[in-house]
Every structure is written in C-alpha cells, then in structure tokens.
Design a protein around this ligand. Structure first.
Ligand SMILES: *Cc1c(COP(=O)(O)O)cnc(C)c1O
Length: 730
C-alpha cells in the first residue's frame, strides 16, 4: 500500500453519518451525548465492556431495542435521561468508552499490512451484529468477521452489499415443531446507517435490469474503520417488483434472486465508480457478485479496449473465494435468463450472445454445459481459493472442466485459505478474563503466534474449569429465559411453559448443535436412533443438548428434520428437560451457544462442509469438538484436541448416515460423558481440562481471523499472487 491510497474512512457517506450522529447527540443530555458517535459505528460491538455501558443506562430498554444503540438512544424516556444525567459513575464510563473508541478509530496506521491499494470486498450477506439482519449464516458471518479484522489491522478495505429491507426470515415453530417464517421490515432511520450523498446531493444510480431502468440509493454503515456500502432499491422511482429486488436475502423467486446478483455485481461496480474509489483488488466473496467483473470490463471497452483486452485487464484485479460445493450454492441458469438479465451488457462488451454466455459456462463452447455465477467468477479472477484444505481439493476436482490446461487435478489453479473467526466478537467474558490474566498484555494483537498461546499449558485446571462452569451457567440461564418465551409464543400449556424455567442442569455436560439446517448438515442424525437417544439423554449421569437453526423457507427436508428432533424431545417430559430447541437462530443466539457449550457437535455429510466456523468459536470459549472429519476440523484434529467421527468412504448415503450416527452416539456415551465425569478430589475433570488446553494450543493461533487475513494479504491480495495464476480456458 502506498501513500496515495485514499483514507477510506473519509470516503463519501462519512459526513452523512457524522450528521446523523450529531442529530442524535442533540436529543441527548450532555452526559449521554458522546454515545451518539459510538452508536453510529459498529466498532463498539467488539469493544470489551461497551455493551455494559449501554445496558447500565436501562437494561430492560436495551433488551427491547434489540441491542441496537441507535434505536435505544433515540427512544429513551425523559426520566431515564434525567436519571442517567445524575449518575456520576456512568458519566465517567461513557467518557472513557468514547475516548477509547475514538482513539482506536484514529490510531496511526503505520504498521498496517502492505497491500497494493484499496480492496473492494463484495458479498451477498454480512453478519456484523444481530441488530443488522443482512445475513443468513456462515458466509455472512465470515464476511462480517473479515471486515472487523480488516478494521483491527487498518487494512484499506471497502465493502459493498445489498440493504435487504426485510432481511432474512425469522423462525417460529408451531406446536408440532413445524417451522413458520416471517419477515420483519427494518427501518434505516433506526439503524446506524446514513444515506450517502455526493456533492451535497443524495447519490442515486441506476442499472437496466431486465431492460428496465432500476434506480437505487446507497447507504453507509461503519464497521470500525471499514465502510460498508449498501445498495437499496426502495426508492419512489421503482415499481413494486423493482423495489422487491432488495427486500429479502436469498429471495425464493428465481428472477428476483438473479436481479439481486445483477445489482450486487454490476450495481456495486457503479457504486465504487460513483464514490471515486478505484480498487486495486476486487474480492468476490462467493460467486453472487461476479457480474462486477463484466461491468468493469464494459467500462474498459467504453474507453477503447477490445473485449479481450478488457477482460484480461479486469482479471488482473479480481480474486475469488468459493464457499461451498453444494449445488444450491452454485446455481445455474438458462441462456434466456442470462441474456435477459442485463440485456445491454453483451453489446457493451462487444461480445455476441454465444461468446457472452460462454463466460458463464463450465465449457464455453458447449451450449448444454451448466452456466452460473461461480463459473464466471472462476473465469474472471486471477486468484481462486476454497475455504479449507479439504475444500480446496474438492473445488479443484469440481471445477476441473474449466481449466483444460491442467493435466492433473492438483494443477487446477484453485488454492485454499482456511476460514477463521473474529475472536473478540465471540469470546465470553470468563474466557476473555482468563486470557487477559495468562496470555500477557496485547495478546489479541499477537493471536496468530503459537507462543502467545503457550502459557495456556500452565493455567491451573481449577481456574480453567471455573471459567467453563461460569460460561455454561450463563448459557443455561439464557436458554431458560428464551425457551419460556418460545413456548409462550407457540401457545404451549402453562405447565410446560413454566417447566422451561428449570430445564437443563448447570452442572451437566452440555452439547450444542446450531447452524443453518441445510440438508447436508444432517441435523436428523441427532435423532437417528430414537431409543438410543432416549437412553443416553435420560440416563445418569445427565447429558443435555441445545439445538437451534433455521431451514430455508423452500427447504421441506430441513423443516421436517427439525420437526423430528422437536417431536422426539416433546414426547417425553424427561427428554424435554434435557433437549431444548431454541427458535430463530441468529448472531445473538449463536454467540450465547458457542460461549456456553462444553461440546460442539457437527455432523455434515463429508465433504460438503466447506469449512464450518461455529466450532472455531466454541473452541475459543473452551468448548471441545465432536465432529465429522470435514471442513476445518479435517485439518485441525490431531488426535489429542477433541473427538472425530472418521470418514466412512464408499458407503451409500443411508449407510454413511447410520455409520456416522452410531459413531456419534458411541463417542458420546463411551468417551465424552465418562471423561466429563472423571473428577479429581477437587471436583475438577483434569483430563477434560487437558483436552481443552490442547484444543486452545493447537487451534488458537490458526483459527483466529488475524491469521486468515494475513493469508489473504500475502497470498491473494498481493500482486505477486497474480504471476502464479494460470488463466482459465476460454
Ligand atoms: C458462525 C455462525 C454460522 C456458521 O456456522 P457453521 O458452523 O459454519 O454452520 C451461522 N450462523 C451464525 C449466526 C453464526 O454465528
């Protein structure tokens, strides 16, 4: 990165955000006013203790506001403001928080990683905080974690996405355990965002989608030092269908979903241009935004380049991360769909229809070859990677037809950068305090160095166990409250509602299973053998399980599987005390679960879990994995740091299900549970603690997002990576 790289924090929208913060500050008494600026940058959400300051003002209203500080501060009662104004201790906390955060945001950037210039990061979803519902699952949370880590490292990165006014669906279960969906419209006015203006006028851009002028405005959200720009079609010029383009994430209507990808790709390219941001690197995080490459290439053609030159020049700037081998994540489209979406694009690229379509196909000249955004992204990027070592192999095999020069699978130019998690976002207070005590000052800045973690070996087991028990107790009181609410909304009998208040046992081995309920994640394996489940989960010593996850609204299999889990546990009072199904899995629920569970269960059908990241979050909170050897766990497991369900190659799907389920129950019954109850005279499970330490020592340095971002900077963003890249066929 050279000195000419613009300071992105001052890019358009910064003044609009500052104005909104100033407007909010004006409504607040002097003592609370500094919190307005804090509220308008998500940096507070990973600053230790920041949430406690908001909560101290009025804990109940903080909860009602969904932990959204803009809404919280805008809606305070006059009496609350008056009370807060009289609270000296609170004033000091607020002043300190505000000073710490502004110091963080203006910290000199001398040591930032070297990159060639601004990196534009494009993604269909962003999971930054529960109050900003623009994510469905792992892809979005990874994108959010990447933005936060880029901010922590002062990397010059700018992100573009879509402002889904209705977000992703919420989930309720009916009395039979059947998923019902509903959507909640969020109002930008009560969120930490501002509409971007350029030259004093609100920015208004357009794109011809399906041959009709579609208008959009742009919002800015600050994630620490990283600006996130969001495209929004909810403008008066658009008709109801066009407005719906940015209504819902992963919209069920195909034509709308495709229009979203046009906006996320070509639209994002126009946004960057209008903001005057010239990216040195464009990172396509998953294939959805791939049309950005063609829009930028069309710009080169307009400036006089041939289409070949334009595509080659564009490719020099683009890098691509593929996130899943599952077909639903690599959708394919007909020629009519692809030609109809942006009808003027082929001509702007000076390509005829066939040549244009060839860019999307696995085999360019084969009209029957599958055609989609993943192929386009692979073809238009100089660097391509999967998200774990195993997924790299799977992706090389899967996409080999695009790279005919590759004589063998290992020559297919797709590498891997294993995913990781933003630790401050997911670390519970007991473990943060433990690490603060033992890992030395500034350990977070050195998190990817193995030496940073070495002192873990010497932490007294008693202290480690104390932190685990505190984290578990916190989870159990959360689950009891949440579960009472779920049961009330569902309309259960009052006895059953009340029973939730005493469900689970603070001292019992607590398993967690929470993720999107995509079929390959196999939540149904949990109840594959109902008799055995009853025996294990009602036995002595006790073991308990918290399950959460949403199925896509069109995914009947996922919904049925969840209903089966629900029905099994609901049929027995004893099981209902030991197995809890929490509704409406999101970042707020997820953070609680990964913090509190002793064991994190993951049962994907190998090799379809490209990485998985929730298990990493559990690891940093002293949780242990009980998982199929897939995704990240296939490279993290070393025989001493958790439990693995070994691969059973050559089996049919049904046989593999039976094999993996049996393995899961066997490990749980014969290894995990006995180890948890193997206590010393001091009541501490010393061998269990040894396993937790092994997990932290082996995974701590490798699965924090600092390591991931360093890998991207060195191996992907750095221009040196371009020279190693092989151009794909066609
Ligand atoms: C981490 C996380 C995910 C991803 O978890 P996987 O293990 O990759 O399935 C999904 N949703 C939420 C809310 C998360 O926090």
């Amino acid at each position: 990165m050279d000195d000419t790289t613009p300071d992105l924090s001052r890019a358009p929208g910064a003044e609009d955000l500052a104005q909104r913060a100033a407007d909010l500050a004006e409504q607040l008494p002097e003592a609370l006013a500094p919190l307005a600026a804090v509220a308008y940058n998500y940096r507070w959400s990973w600053h230790p203790g920041a949430e406690d300051v908001f909560r101290a003002i009025n804990p109940h209203r903080w909860e009602l506001a969904g932990a959204n500080p803009v809404k919280f501060l805008s809606d305070l009662w006059p009496s609350t403001k008056a009370n807060a104004s009289r609270d000296r201790a609170l004033h000091e906390q607020i002043a300190q928080l505000s000073a710490e955060l502004s110091a963080e945001l203006t910290r000199p950037t001398g040591e930032r990683p070297k990159t060639p210039g601004p990196i534009a990061y494009l993604c269909a979803e962003y999971g930054i905080h529960a109050s900003l519902p623009l994510y469905a699952g792992g892809l979005g949370v990874l994108a959010g974690d990447t933005l936060k880590e880029a901010s922590d490292r002062a990397l010059p990165l700018v992100a573009v996405g879509l402002l889904y006014r209705r977000g992703y669906h919420h989930q309720r279960l009916d009395l039979s355990g059947r998923q019902l969906e509903y959507w909640v419209t969020s109002d930008p006015k009560s969120l930490p965002m501002a509409r971007v203006s350029v030259g004093g006028e609100p920015l208004k851009l357009s794109l011809d989608v399906y041959g009709e002028t579609t208008w959009f405005q742009v919002w800015r959200v600050d994630v620490g030092r990283v600006p996130l720009y969001l495209i929004d079609c909810e403008v008066p010029e658009n008709d109801p269908v066009q407005r719906w383009y940015t209504a819902r994430l992963y919209e069920g209507i195909r034509a709308i979903r495709l229009a979203q990808y046009a906006l996320l790709g070509a639209g994002a390219a126009r946004v960057l241009d209008a903001l005057g941001i010239e990216p040195a690197v464009v990172h396509l995080n998953e294939g959805h935004p791939a049309l950005a490459a063609l829009e930028l290439a069309a710009g080169e053609v307009a400036r006089g380049a041939s289409s070949e030159e334009a595509l080659a020049r564009t490719r020099e700037r683009f890098v691509f991360t593929t996130h899943t081998p599952v077909p639903a994540g690599n959708e394919t489209y007909s020629r009519e769909e692809l030609l109809g979406l942006l009808p003027d694009l082929p001509a702007r690229l000076q390509l005829d229809g066939e040549a244009f379509l060839g860019l999307f196909r696995s085999v360019p000249e084969d009209p029957d070859a599958p055609a989609g955004m993943t192929q386009l992204a692979l073809r238009c990027s100089r660097s391509r990677n999967g998200v774990s070592r195993l997924h790299g192999e799977v992706a090389r095999s899967m996409w080999r037809p695009l790279f005919r020069e590759a004589r063998a699978e290992d020559e297919v130019p797709i590498s891997h950068v294993t995913n990781a998690v933003h630790v401050p976002t997911f670390l519970s207070a007991p473990f943060r305090e433990l690490f603060d005590r033992h890992l030395g000052a500034g350990w977070l800045a050195r998190i990817q160095e193995p030496e940073t973690w070495a002192p873990i070996a010497d932490v007294p087991n008693e202290e480690l166990w104390h932190a685990r028990c505190a984290a578990r107790a916190e989870l159990i009181s959360y689950v009891r409250r949440q579960s009472q609410l779920d049961r009330l909304e569902r309309g259960e009998g009052i006895e059953y509602v009340r029973a939730a208040a005493t469900a689970l046992d603070a001292g019992a081995l607590t398993l967690g299973f929470a993720r999107r309920l995509a079929t390959y994640k196999r939540v149904y394996l949990l109840v594959h053998d109902p008799d055995r489940v009853r025996r294990i989960f009602t036995g002595d010593p006790p073991v308990q399980l918290v399950v959460a996850g949403k199925a896509h609204p069109l995914d009947e299999d996922g919904k049925n599987a969840l209903r089966d889990v629900f029905a099994l546990k609901r049929a027995s009072q004893e099981l209902a005390r030991r197995i809890v199904v929490l509704e409406d899995y999101d970042l707020a629920v997820g953070r609680q679960l990964v913090a509190g569970c002793d064991v994190w269960v993951n049962l994907p059908r190998r090799p379809l879990e490209a990485s998985g990241t929730s298990g990493m979050k559990a690891t940093f909170n002293g949780g242990l994995q009980l998982s199929v050897l897939d995704g990240w766990w296939a490279e993290a497991y070393d025989g001493t740091n958790g439990w693995a369900i070994p691969p059973a190659d050559g089996l049919s799907a049904a046989e593999a299900d039976a094999h993996d389920a049996t393995c899961f129950y066997d490990l749980l019954e014969h290894e995990v549970l006995p180890l948890f109850h193997d206590r010393g005279e001091d009541g501490v499970p010393h061998r269990w603690c040894a396993l937790v330490k092994a997990a932290l020592l082996t995974c701590g340095p490798r699965f924090a997002s600092a390591r991931m971002l360093d890998d991207y900077v060195r191996r992907v963003y750095s221009p040196a990576a371009a020279r190693e890249a092989m151009a794909p066929t066609g």
